[in-house]
Design a protein around this ligand. Structure first.
Ligand code: CUA
Length: 334
């Protein structure tokens, strides 16, 4: 838990270090707006402090209010017109940036070098349905860690996300890759971005969605096309069959785990919780909350509420031996 926390703090989540053109346009707008607002602040505060100093009560001035005068028409017109123009300008540049980052919906095409993923927000984790890449249909499902390919000087590799919700409103926000977009029950929102910088991008659900909203973290792994293809091939493959953990698999399949979780190629076809087919290809569990280690998996299977209080998965009261068997089985799902 400590490790994840330290890593989270160290990784850059500042909007001021954009890693995609879309995040770049947003930060340009933010700096422009901040500059205008900063100048207004300095001018207003300057006049205020000058007036306090200039019109302070002199030593032998009589107490009481100074003479009251009604203002001047030209000044009143000027200070109505100037703010109106400034607000109008800010509306224009904001609208331009909105149009820029809100790419028109596109359809997958043969050889388009584009990734299409449907993101479904759940209390409190992310479901990723990989739809297509480079025009190829994918059709596998994973959770919490989104892998994307990076582009290079010649080829852009855009990522098109369709954002939906399985329960309440959530908001998808990776500050270095793009703006915030909400996941709203009953509708689909779109978010597109691309990056040329490999690495791990962190984010956070940005819309209050219940007790564990703060622990609904986002992880995006941007990797070279070759690494991404290797990851795709692994994720698309059925779950590993290891006879050494046959007992654990049987225990897993005999319990209620199968009602919510999915492991392709087995009877576990649940839809309500993270797909576990390639659980061990993920670095963290519980939506980025803790590292994916044997001890954390054991803790989670024993009582998920010890890690994520309020999580929908209950503690099943399995025997210690059953818990160990299940964890050893899960550990083989590479
Ligand atoms: Cu999901 Cu906040």
């Amino acid at each position: 838990m400590l490790l994840a926390a330290v890593e989270g703090r160290m990784a850059d989540v500042s909007i001021f270090s954009p890693a995609s053109p879309q995040a770049g346009w947003i930060v340009d707008l933010a700096i422009l707006a901040l500059a205008i607002i900063g100048i207004i602040f300095l001018v207003v505060e300057g006049i205020l402090f000058y007036s306090i100093w200039r019109f302070r009560r002199k030593k032998n001035e009589a107490p009481g209010e100074p003479a009251q005068v009604y203002g001047s028409e030209p000044i009143e017109i000027a200070w109505t017109a100037a703010p109106t123009m400034i607000v109008f300008f800010l509306v224009l540049v904001t609208t331009r940036t909105l149009w820029q980052v809100e790419a028109a919906p596109v359809q997958p095409l043969e050889g388009d070098q584009s990734l299409f993923v449907t993101v479904i927000g759940h209390q409190w984790w992310w479901e990723y349905r990989y739809d297509s890449y480079d025009g190829r249909k994918l059709g596998f499902i994973t959770a919490n860690e989104l892998h994307i390919p990076i582009g290079d000087g010649e080829t852009q590799r855009p990522v098109h996300l369709t954002l939906q919700s399985g329960d309440v409103c959530h908001s998808f926000w990776i500050p270095r890759l793009g703006g915030k977009v909400d996941l709203i029950p009953g509708r689909s929102n779109l978010l597109s971005f691309e990056t040329e910088q490999p690495g791990l991008y962190l984010g956070q659900c940005a819309e209050y969605c219940g007790a564990q909203h703060a622990n609904m973290m986002l992880r995006v792994v941007a990797e070279t096309p070759a690494e991404f293809e290797a990851w795709l091939a692994n994720e698309a493959a059925p779950a590993v069959e290891d006879p050494a953990v046959a007992e654990g698999k049987a225990t897993f399949l005999a319990n209620s785990c199968v009602n919510c979780h999915r492991v392709t190629g087995t009877a576990a076809q649940g839809n309500g919780a993270p797909d576990l087919t390639h659980l061990m290809s993920r670095d963290t569990i519980a939506a980025g909350q803790v590292p994916n280690s044997r001890s954390n998996l054991r803790k989670w299977v024993h009582d998920p509420h010890a890690i994520k209080p309020g999580v929908l998965m209950p503690a099943f009261g399995l025997s210690s031996e059953e818990e160990n068997q299940i964890v050893e089985y899960l550990r083989t799902l590479k």
